[in-house]
Design a protein around this ligand. Structure first.
Ligand code: AMP
Length: 610
């Protein structure tokens, strides 16, 4: 049976898990870490770096290192969220051809799904290295509050990376799956998920028969750890400005160092009550003197700087409970997810609000990936093997624009998905052959305040007097939370063709071209790895052979045969060195056989003499 991997594609860190013998396990990367930074960089030499190696060089190559691409995925270039990210990001964000965003790394522009695909590809390889075989299928998680465009773009990322994303699931739902899987419990739980970039809250009912039903969900895709870091950065920058009259925001390198220092201080303050931010040589003064930044930050100061952010999450919790029609005391367990829930102030506001201590048994960084792998395994399991049903909801209301610029609701928020609603449309003019429908997602009564998913144009309608052609349009949300639209002429039963204009995201052709690219990279990366391995093996063998030369010489130098053997051995080593230098890994792999033979022969000689 196909293995399905579960990927938590996080704003700052990603995690991959797989179910083995009925138990979900997180797969560590080669460095031994269970989470991999969601960072991508391109070096001066054009080499792509992903994960820890990208993070390590972020300060010195800030302009060509992308982090938090998830904040941009599925968003339009001219949205306020992109504008605010562009203001703080050391990398350059430019408008794309579909109203989307592109990121400039060195001399190339990358779409956001392409950047996310690089991270997915890395997670795929981590899983493959562990499993020892290729994997194709994956379940990828997204914030519950992601809209259609963001989900679609995540799916595109999966496709570009060469993965078949068999399901997209919501992060808090995945966390609840990992929490409740195999426990046989009946419980109403709240999942509070505060990560690096997004906040989600979901209320679920877990039944002992394996049904995980989401009752309501809400969130903010622009509220997370980075906003906490930003508050510390602003505080440091303002202090520095006051003291030295220099705005550190103007220096990209200084800004990147500040970012790292702010995050570090924030994390430290989860376990200690004060910490010193120390950044020597942060910038030069007008008189060319090196200036240092040194400031003490206390936990209570941090809490003061970020109080409104913590409070905002609680307001959203309140709203979600109301939507679920539940009182706080009906929540029987609170599950904390996301790195930010390690902050004591967050744990405090959550326990105060729900009037109970959050559950301790889940690992906030790993639980989403684990849940995704459980869902993956369940989707390909044989009947009866894994009895589990996941019923999620749509986080946003789906509707259309009607006369006057109003938003007509078709599928309300928190409706269980998959779901479909139909609506009849009639022609308003004689011989009208096309109808344009604007599909939107959001909670505002005014259409323009909601997210435009696409323009659907019904074409090829029958020519008839006004009002005679009735078309039934079906709006569907699938289990991934992705919207599609179909139309049918009621009288003739004929399916109508629909043209969808992408309002953001990528066209099919673009995705196909990007897939080819990603595939080339995967091959190059694998062959890089193979050549690195061959080089290391050859180096070890050469060192061993060279170490044996004096002893072998002492034993065999007296005979012509011995001198000959030594000559030959030197030639084998010299040839291996030459191939290493040339980077000819295919020939080097063959030469390794010769090195091995020489080593065996040398060992034999030395062994005889011993
Ligand atoms: P996630 O998206 O779940 O990986 O969460 C990452 C966020 O959690 C980042 O903003 C981190 O700075 C933050 N984080 C990680 N560890 C801690 C900690 N010990 N205290 C406070 N925040 C943390």
């Amino acid at each position: 049976m196909d293995k399905v991997i579960g990927i938590d594609l996080g704003t700052f860190n990603s995690c991959v898990a797989v179910v083995e013998n009925g138990t979900p396990v997180v797969v560590a990367n080669r460095g031994g870490y269970k989470v991999t930074p969601s960072m991508v960089a391109v070096t001066e030499g054009g080499k792509r770096l992903v994960g820890h190696i990208a993070k390590r060089q972020a300060v010195t190559n800030a302009e060509n290192t992308v982090y938090a691409a998830k904040r941009l995925i599925g968003r339009k270039f001219n949205s306020p969220q992109v504008e605010s990210t562009a203001k703080n990001a050391p990398y350059t964000i430019l408008p794309g051809p579909n109203g989307d965003c592109r990121i400039k790394l060195r001399d190339k522009l990358y779409s956001i799904p392409e950047v996310s695909a690089m991270i997915l590809q890395e997670m795929k390889m981590i899983a493959e290295d562990y499993l020892g075989h290729e994997v194709q299928k994956a379940v990828v998680t997204v914030p519950a509050y992601f809209n259609d465009g963001q989900r679609q773009a995540t799916k595109d990322a999966g496709q570009i990376s060469g993965l078949d994303v068999i399901r997209i699931i919501n992060e808090p739902t995945a966390a609840a799956l990992a929490y409740g899987f195999g426990k046989n419990i009946d419980r109403t739980v709240a999942v509070y998920d505060l990560g690096g970039g997004t906040f989600d809250i979901s209320i679920l009912e877990i039944s002992s028969n394996g049904v995980f039903k989401v009752i309501s969900t809400a969130g903010d895709t622009f509220l997370g750890g980075e906003d906490f870091d930003q508050r510390i950065i602003e505080w440091l920058v303002e202090g520095f400005l006051e003291e030295h009259g220099i705005d550190l925001r103007r220096d990209r390198m200084a800004l990147q160092r500040l970012k790292d220092a702010a995050e570090k201080a924030k994390c430290e303050l989860s376990s200690v009550v004060e910490t010193e931010v120390n950044l020597p040589f942060i910038i030069s003064s007008a008189r060319n003197e090196a200036l240092h930044l040194e400031r003490l930050l206390t936990r209570s100061q941090l809490e003061e700087l970020t109080r409104d952010l913590a409070d905002r999450t609680i307001e959203i919790c309140e709203m979600t409970l109301r939507e679920a029609g539940l009182e706080r005391d009906e929540i029987e367990d609170v599950i904390l997810v996301g790195g930010m829930t390690r902050m004591p102030a967050i744990q405090r506001v959550v326990s105060e609000f729900f009037e109970r201590e959050p559950c301790k048994g889940v690992h906030p960084d790993e639980v989403v990936g684990l849940g995704a792998s459980i869902q993956g395994a369940a989707l390909v399991a044989e009947d009866g093997e894994m009895d589990m049903v996941l019923l999620d909801v749509t986080p946003h209301t789906l509707g259309i624009m009607v006369v006057g610029g109003y938003f007509e609701e078709l599928i309300p928020q928190n409706t269980t998905v998959p779901t479909a609603r139909s609506k009849p449309f009639t022609t308003v003019r004689d011989n009208q052959t096309a109808v344009k429908i604007l599909v939107l997602q959001g909670e505002s009564r005014r259409a323009e305040e909601n997210e435009l998913l696409g323009e659907f144009v019904l074409t090829g309608l029958r020519r008839a007097p006004a009002g005679e052609v009735e078309v039934d349009v079906t709006f569907e949300i699938n289990a991934d939370g992705i919207v599609s639209v179909h139309a049918r002429d009621i009288e003739t039963g004929k399916e109508q063709s629909i043209t969808v204009t992408a309002t953001s995201g990528l066209t099919k052709d673009e995705v196909a071209a990007m897939m080819d690219h990603a595939q080339e990279y995967a091959v190059a990366r694998r062959s890089d790895e193979a050549s690195e391995k061959a080089k290391q093996e050859a180096e070890t063998l050469i060192a061993e052979i060279e170490g044996l030369f004096p002893e072998v010489q002492a034993v065999v130098a007296g005979s012509d045969f011995g001198r000959d053997a030594i000559e030959k051995a030197r030639a084998v080593v010299a040839r291996a060195r030459e191939l290493m230098e040339r980077g000819d890994s295919a020939a080097l792999t063959e030469q390794i056989d010769a090195l091995n033979r020489t080593r065996r022969m040398f060992k034999g000689v030395v062994g005889k003499s011993a």
